[in-house]
Design a protein around this ligand. Structure first.
Ligand SMILES: [Zn+2]
Length: 400
C-alpha cells in the first residue's frame, strides 16, 4: 500500500538539527557503554542527547569523572551538567547553570534552556539542510512544524535555506517579545507549557508517579487565565503543552471560563494530551480545540511502566475514546506528530496499528488523515503490514 509523505505537526527541527551533531544515547541501554562512549568524545564540552532514564541513572561521582558534559534526556525535559562542564559554562551562563538542578525551575524555563543549548551549539544552514534531508529520506517526513523557536537566527536559517516552506514556527511569549515586526509575522503561533513530561517525572498526573513524584503544574489557574487573556493581543493560535490529566483538565477549565466570560477563545491546540478524561475531551471538542498528539507515545505505556501505575499505562493516548466517544476526527481536530521521539513513519505506524493497549489503536485511514500530506506531489511511502507479527515495514520514495 502507498501512503503520502508525513506532515509532522509537532517536532523541533531547529533544535534537533542543533543536536544532530551531538552524541546520541537513545539506543544505548547500558550505563557502562554510555560512560565509555562519553569518555571517547573528548572535547571542550560534550553535549549528549537521547539519554533514557528508564534504562539507567548516573551517580554524581560518575558524571564528575567524565570530561565536561551536558546530557539531555530523551524527553528534553531533564538535563544533567557535571562539575567540569559547570566550570567552563559558569562565567557566561551562571544564571542558568545555578538553577538547572531545580526541576520546577527547569519546567518553567524550558525555553531558556533550549536557548542556552542553541547558543553553545548554534544551528547552521548546513545542519538545517542535512536535517531536513534526513527527515525526508530516512523518515518519510516532508513537513515538520517547529514547536519552540530559540531565537531570530533560526528564522534567518529557515529563510536562507528555503525550509520555511516545509515548516511552521511556534515561539514562547518571551521569544516573540524580542522579535521585530517582520520576524513576528513568520511566527505562526505561541507555545505555552502547562506541565512537564513523563520522562522527567514532571507531567502533572492526578494519581502521581510510582516514585511518589507529583509532577509539576506550571501555572496557577489565575496566572493561566491572565496569560491566555493577554495573549489575544498577538492574534495568533496558541499551542498548549499539557500531558497529565491535571494539566489537560486545567487547560479545558480555564478556556471554558474565558469562553463563558468573553464569548471567544483563540485558536487552541493541546499538545500531547496523553491523559484526558472523556468529559474534558467532550468539552474540548465543543470549544473547537484541536488535539495535537503523538501515536509513538503509545509506547510510553511500556517504556515508562517503571514510573506510571498500571491504570495510567492503560489510559495513555486514549485514541479510541477520543474518536469513538468524544467525536474527534483525525485530520480535522485530531492531528499527529512525533516530537522526534523518534521521528518517522515506521515506529509511528507500528504504534498506531499494534499498540500496547486496544484503546490506543488507530486505523491506517485515521493515520493517513491525521498524519500525512494531502497528496503524493513530493513522494510517497510504501508500507507493508504484517498482522501476524504485528509489525510494519516502510520504504520512502521521494520525488527529486
Ligand atoms: Zn515538543
Amino acid at each position: 500500500m502507498k501512503i503520502p509523505l508525513l506532515k509532522d505537526h509537532h517536532t523541533h527541527p531547529s533544535f534537533y538539527a542543533t543536536l544532530s551533531t551531538c552524541l546520541d544515547l537513545h539506543s544505548v541501554k547500558n550505563k557502562q557503554e554510555a560512560l565509555s562512549l562519553i569518555n571517547k568524545n573528548q572535547g571542550e564540552l560534550v553535549v549528549i542527547r537521547g539519554w533514557n532514564s528508564s534504562y539507567y541513572k548516573f551517580q554524581d561521582e560518575e558524571l564528575d569523572n567524565l570530561p565536561p558534559v551536558l546530557i539531555c534526556d530523551i524527553s528534553l525535559h531533564n538535563f544533567l551538567l557535571n562539575k567540569p562542564a559547570r566550570k567552563i559554562l559558569s562565567p557566561s551562563y551562571k544564571n542558568i547553570i545555578d538553577k538547572m538542578d531545580d526541576k520546577s525551575w527547569t519546567e518553567k524555563n524550558l525555553n531558556k534552556i533550549f536557548k542556552f543549548i542553541a547558543s553553545i551549539r548554534p544551528c547552521s544552514d548546513h545542519t538545517i539542510k542535512s536535517f531536513f534531508d534526513d527527515l525526508l529520506l530516512k523518515h518519510g517526513i516532508w513537513y515538520a512544524e517547529d514547536m519552540l523557536l530559540a531565537d531570530n537566527e533560526v528564522i534567518n536559517c529557515f529563510q536562507r535555506t528555503g525550509y520555511l516552506q516545509r515548516t511552521k514556527v511556534w515561539a514562547d511569549i518571551e521569544t516573540i517579545d524580542h522579535l521585530n515586526m517582520e520576524e513576528r509575522q513568520v511566527v505562526h503561533g505561541i507555545k505555552l507549557f502547562l506541565d512537564g513530561a513523563i520522562g522527567a517525572n514532571t507531567a502533572a498526573i492526578k494519581g502521581g508517579f510510582l516514585s511518589g513524584d507529583k509532577g509539576i503544574l506550571i501555572y496557577s489557574d489565575k496566572q493561566l487565565f491572565t496569560t491566555l487573556t493577554t495573549l489575544s493581543k498577538f492574534d495568533k493560535p496558541v499551542a498548549i503543552h499539557a500531558i497529565g490529566d491535571l494539566a489537560t483538565d486545567q487547560a479545558v477549565r480555564i478556556l471554558t471560563d474565558i469562553y463563558n466570560l468573553t464569548g471567544h477563545i483563540p485558536q487552541i491546540r493541546i499538545e500531547h494530551c496523553q491523559f484526558i478524561s472523556q468529559q474534558n475531551a467532550k468539552k474540548a471538542k465543543a470549544l473547537g480545540i484541536i488535539l495535537s498528539m503523538q501515536p509513538n507515545f503509545s509506547s510510553d505505556s511500556l517504556q515508562y511502566s517503571d514510573r506510571l501505575s498500571k491504570e495510567y499505562c492503560k489510559y495513555n493516548n486514549p485514541f479510541r475514546m477520543l474518536i469513538d466517544k468524544a467525536g474527534f476526527v483525525p485530520g480535522k481536530n485530531l492531528i499527529f506528530g512525533s516530537d522526534g521521539m523518534p521521528h518517522g513513519v515506521q515506529f509511528a505506524l507500528e504504534q498506531s496499528l499494534f499498540p500496547a493497549f486496544p484503546g490506543q489503536v488507530l486505523s491506517v485511514e485515521e493515520f493517513i488523515n491525521g498524519y500525512c500530506m494531502p497528496d503524493r506531489t513530493n513522494g510517497y511511502i510504501q508500507i507493508e503490514i504484517n498482522e501476524a507479527k504485528r509489525t510494519v515495514s516502510t520504504k520512502v520514495v521521494a520525488n527529486s
